[in-house]
Design a protein around this ligand. Sequence first.
Ligand code: NAD
Length: 553
Amino acid sequence: DFINQYANHPHYKAPHGNRLHAKSWQTEAALRMLLNNLDAEVAENPDELVVYGGTGQAARNRQSLEQIIKTLLKLEEDQSLLVQSGKPVGVVRTHTEAPRVLIANSNLVPKWATWEHFEALKSRGLMMYGQMTAGSWIYIGSQGILQGTYETFAECGKQHFGGSLRHKLVVSAGLGGMGGAQPLAATIAGGTFLGADIDPERIKKRLETRYIDKMTYDYEEAKRWALEAKEKGENISIGLVSDAGDMLEKLIQDGIVPEVLTDQTSAHDPLHGYIPHGLSLAEAAELRKKDPEGYVVRSKKSMARHVGFMLELQKRGSKTFDYGNNIREFAKEGGEPNAFDFKGFVPEYIRPLFCEGKGPFRWAALSGDPEDIYTTDRALIEAFPENKHLINWLENAKDKIAFQGLPCRICWLGMGEREKAGLIFNELVRTGKVSAPIVIGRDHLDCGSVASPNRETEGMLDGSDAVSDWPLLNLMSNTSGGATWVSFHHGGGVGMGYSQHAGMVVLADGTDRAERCLQRVLHNDPAMGVFRHADAGYGIAQNYAEKFDLKLK
Ligand code: NAD
């Protein structure tokens, strides 16, 4: 039956083709994207239902997963499934244009919103960590973050190095599910990349998917490759098996100052994400089990050491920024008082895009046929001939990106553009130019969907960094607008207590119903970014509000 064929532990695979297993494409889409999140080509650890970002899961446990699948297979078009931290808990009566799945993950009352309380609940089977797109079934592998990372590196090149990272060395660490996009993004932006990961398997996975070019266990070899490539202006990427802090310490000793410096180890989770300095992976696993409190203390101390080296390189001239893993917070707790002396990537490079309602718009071909994505690529190139940046991205993406799981594409589109793209995709389905429906979604890291004072909303003009009314309003407008599934999570990206965020996915199945939903959702969702930033006093957003008639009269 369906579970044996597609969810046979730990071999998960979304069905391909245009035959329905569920009762409608809305529920079929949710089913396929849930299974796609767990596909071994996509997920970091499908065995544990972990998709990415430390311990971000798609479902609470095997039993919950099977129950979600069974319910989705039977769900009618006037019903919606409720998922509470990865466990299906009920079906409610709704209507055809309402979301088919309503998801709440990892939410805790603010005073209890700590890792300690969360872990206590998790150990009793009462919770799971949903990260951002793990528990909301729209993770698409490393490509998902690739364009955002490319936008960041390209903007950094534009701001500091006359428009290109050629002859520049970009150094980082953490080559996991998301961090693994850094080497490819840096090389597409023209730079030479050197990154450390303590786990060789993670670097091997990046080699297999062509996100990284070379790998070594030897620092001297990595250094030689990196310096030679930088000298020649070659945009190649190198993965070094090493502790992040150790690599930076050696670079400092050797007097090497990378032009760009950041980090994407899973620092947001000091217990399961970050490996303390001086421990092998096996030793870390043992200590985690035997003495979790001692582990966390050691982990935070190591982050303080790691960030200390980043601060030293910043002093020596590296353009240094936090890449959204909350490492500054835990480094500060671990004894580095100046951890916040470098800024996060959002205020440095991304906020102007958020003001235009831009963010990580993405879509997946439910057919499983790569040709469908190439058709959407061509349609967008035709629809946005003036957008050279977008065209450059789409052309590069077609050549350089190996699909993982269902073929998909990401590109940062803003107010007006997302709605236009969504309606084009619906027409492609309606006219049979693609072979099955397309789902459209985005990361929770978006312009109007998240409150995260150490990341997306760091340093807001009016000081409203911690106000989480905004993601709640985003959730409510996407629910009432008719997204196909919606989600509200806590703790994604930066860990428990530090963020609240909303997600949405909307289906283009070629119907009039989809057209109405797409028109509402893909207008309202980026508009939330414009509202949020205009309200905080950003001029670009206020101009966009004017341009798109979003101002209250
Ligand atoms: P992941 O858990 O898949 O990968 C983390 C990697 O860090 C692993 O490969 C691990 O081996 C490595 N690592 C841990 N400790 C290390 C150490 N001391 N030295 C060297 N390597 C070490 O996580 P991911 O999905 O790649 O996400 C990484 C981080 O980035 C998370 O904190 C996540 O929340 C954050 N993130 C940021 C953004 C963004 O847009 N900036 C988006 C998503 C995730």
